[in-house]
Design a protein around this ligand. Sequence first.
Ligand code: COA
Ligand code: AMP
Length: 642
Amino acid sequence: MCAATSRYSSVHARSIEDPQGFWREAARAIDWMEPPATIFEPAAGVYGRWFEGGVTNVCHNAVDRHVEAGRGEQAAILYDSPVSGTKRAITYGELQTEVRTLAGILREMGVEKGDRVVIYMPMIPEAMFAMLACARIGAVHSVVFGGFAAAELAGRIDDAQPKLVLSASCGIEPSRIVHYKPLLDLALTMATHKPEACLIFQRPQAQAGLVPGRDHDWATRRAQAQAAGVSADCAPVKATDPLYILYTSGTTGKPKGVVRDTGGYMVALRWSMQGLYGVEPGEVFWSASDIGWVVGHSYIVYAPLLTGCTTVLYEGKPVGTPDAGAFWRVIEEYKVAALFTAPTALRAIKKEDPQGLLMRDYDRSSLRTLFLAGERADPDTVDWATAMLGVPVVDHWWQTETGWAIAGNPVGLGALDIKVGSTGVPMPGYQVDILDEGGHPVGANKMGSIAIRLPLPPGCLPTLWRQDERFRESYLLEYPGYYKTADAGFRDADGQLFIMGRTDDIINVAGHRLSTGGMEEVLAAHPDVAECAVIGIHDDLKGEVPCGFLVLKSGVDRSPTQIEAEIVALVRERIGPVAAFRLAITVNRLPKTRSGKILRGTMKKIADAQSWNMPATIDDPATLDEIAAVLSARGLTKVSAA
Ligand code: COA
Ligand code: AMP
């Protein structure tokens, strides 16, 4: 379908011209205990609040209402875990029972509305029960991705100050068992804030030691609660109350606690399932992400369940569990209508099965659309997937902060022509401008900083957890009246957006968002390191990988190779394996401007074999040649100055 037949233009125009009317109508898809008195209150919060006065409950909308409406026997969750050899279908009725019980246990353990609960769990159904149980009683969850190290977990615990931590004995990576409990124990010794208790789910692959008086066994508590008829009903929660905090990389080592509210989030997600993804209640939606990321929060857990869909919870990888046919098997087995994944997953599959031979073994006729996000989708990968799968491949752009897509191709409204390399058009409520250095909008096809006019639509963050000022400074200050996305790109003459990269120190490694500034803090903490710089360099599989440059302190006589190995281990220990930090390179000096600013951008261009010009402000031009020579000696680049 093309622009002429899609309803997109009129729908988007209406959302901008009459936002109150547009979102009032969208809000009818949600059950409210008290309908909102106002659709948008500009005087509330940092830049206004959506659905002020509304009272509702996310768990009711995601679970109970579907049981009441007759979906009790429909699968809510299809858990598929090739890494543990487990499959389990959980109906909406069973989900309600589990969540009611767990919510009752949380209450028994002293968790009340507004209290925070940290969830540090692998991709198992209990993690979803935990999120929904928090929502049921109005507690604020904060899920921490399993690939982070203890120090990262400790930082999040200190910031969120949870009453309780929910965890499991282990996660399972294809190459190893990840023992969560020792990481949690270490994090709790490092953290200043001490939660009152931990509830630990024991998986058969590893038995966690429990600390008497603090740790509780999940299965025992569940059995006791069931025997005693413990359960909790859905608590009334204000639309503007937080549903969760999700920490994401900021421009320093200290992550930002993105706050998600209750009412606006539900309304936006519910709209997106039909309007953007074109998926109807009862259909199967699969987001092959992780619940530790925003995509997992929104499109493994909340959006599909709010819509009465069946969601697939996949604990595995695109390749190696057992092979590059895994995704196609899941599509056939569960009749998946829409798949959402990161381009890196497709690159991994393409690398192992370039001819798509494994696809032929599976019936993929249920799949209507493949959605990509999380990092730039390179045209080669999109073209390959389109040719192999024979379905539209839709790239769409969003951030942890927004909670749902800023731009995409609205399949549910009638898809627009796909332009490979573009992430589509702004979704309802988003007014996206490309700004020049002075903050003025630029015309078509001109690169600039991408900013969203305030107010942000429902679903986006209202603030950072207990840090209104940091929220203002990080996002609102630079371009008055706008939210700064920190992405750069352009818009073509048809209004399609092209996202080309970040304007800050964030890099995207295999679809995982990481801060190079955070890594530099770790490198700088090594006793032998005088100076350092970390940049993201191109990687065919992961999109980008971090590469650290070290200048050693004078007088250090230990072998640079050994120090480099220690640095690699240190990043893994402090940030976690997810950082995929394997390249540490010792250099004599770093290229700098005369005012002492490290020329990271030029270093990246050299490493990525892009053409580069000698910066006019460089202190000593020879330093860049030295970097090029070092990279070349390590087989990391081949290019010289233009
Ligand atoms: N718990 C513990 N460790 C984890 C983890 C988790 N949940 N997830 C990843 N790790 C570890 C990996 O085991 C790996 O460890 P290693 O250094 O010992 O090998 C390390 O973190 C790096 O992981 P990753 O970058 O994911 O690389 P990989 O080689 O394991 O897998 C892909 C590569 C492309 C298959 C994988 O990254 C992938 O599927 N990415 C999709 C990402 C995604 O869905 N993002 C969400 C946005 S939509
Ligand atoms: P995260 O907060 O982890 O979702 O990461 C958000 C960042 O990932 C964005 O600011 C972009 O830099 C990048 N990103 C997400 N989706 C896309 C996309 N479709 N195309 C290009 N970059 C993207």
